[in-house]
Design a protein around this ligand. Structure first.
Ligand code: IPD
Length: 259
């Protein structure tokens, strides 16, 4: 079995290299394979995933990799599964907003072992192992201590397959219960902000396992709580991450809306 330190080093290197590849190609922000009304398929997404995969496979050639760009490919049966979101927040990236990141996590027999989220244009690297503290740029971080929902800032997201209807039901609910709702456009970045105490919680009715695999470990190791509220086919989930104090109240308010 590999140590968490070994796994963390590779997760961090893979996320960093993927981000550096994108940073070196910022002049190609418009270089897409396709643009849909609700999504952008970016060439740099594919290249960043290949970059991260080559780091992982040169260290652990027999491990399985689930990546957003190849999510329909069959996975070999192995104890170790790496999960990559090469650019989380692709639409932000495409439009020139710095709120995007590269996310790499590794699970052993289904258990999160290590994760890294690199936010290149904000020069922030978040990391955690299952047996160590959550760090931002090497410094330990902690979730907020906000325990009143009416004084909390919660981020949510507009699930790209929902075309608005449900997203606005959730947005309305969050606006009714919290001090301020926000839709920032990159789930893993939002969760890292929960880990760092800059947001009090994050909820979305439809994200993917690769959006939360690394960031959820970072939130938990920073003292917060994460929950899959509902699981759908093809790695899609409804997901809640909070500072812990607000978890029960958020769950109670949002769960009934999932139907
Ligand atoms: C998306 C972002 C966005 C969230 C979507 C995700 P992608 O990830 O995290 O914030 O609202 O649900 O799919 O497609 O940019 O990797």
């Amino acid at each position: 079995m590999h140590t968490t330190t070994e796994l963390q080093a590779i997760a961090t290197l893979a996320a960093r290299r993927a981000g550096e590849h994108v940073l070196a190609n910022l002049h190609r922000r418009g270089d897409v394979n396709s643009i849909l009304r609700t999504d952008v398929k970016h060439k740099l997404d594919v290249e960043a995933q290949e970059t991260a995969m080559s780091v992982i496979l040169s260290a652990f050639s027999d491990h399985a990799i689930l990546g957003e760009e190849t999510c329909d490919a069959p996975l070999p049966k192995t104890d170790y599964l790496w999960i990559i979101d090469p650019i989380d927040g692709t639409i932000n990236f495409f439009h020139g907003l710095p709120w995007w990141c590269c996310s790499v996590a590794v699970r052993y027999k289904g258990q999160a072992m290590a994760g890294a989220v690199f936010i290149p244009e904000m020069h922030q690297l978040y990391e955690a192992t299952c047996d160590g503290p959550a760090l931002c740029n090497g410094v330990p971080i902690h979730v907020s201590r906000t325990d009143r929902l009416d004084l909390a800032m919660l981020a949510t997201g507009a699930d790209k397959w929902d075309l608005g209807e449900h997203a606005f039901t959730f947005m309305r609910r969050v606006s009714e219960i919290a001090q301020r709702p926000r839709i920032l456009g990159a789930a893993a970045v939002d969760m890292c902000m929960v880990a760092a105490g800059r947001l009090d919680g994050y909820f979305e009715s439809g994200i993917y396992v690769w959006d939360m695999a690394a960031a959820s470990l970072i939130v938990e190791r920073a003292g917060g709580r994460c929950d899959v509220l509902k699981a759908y086919p093809k790695h899609r989930i409804a997901f809640l991450a909070t500072n812990g104090c607000l978890h029960g109240a958020c769950r109670e308010a949002l769960l009934p809306l999932l139907g």
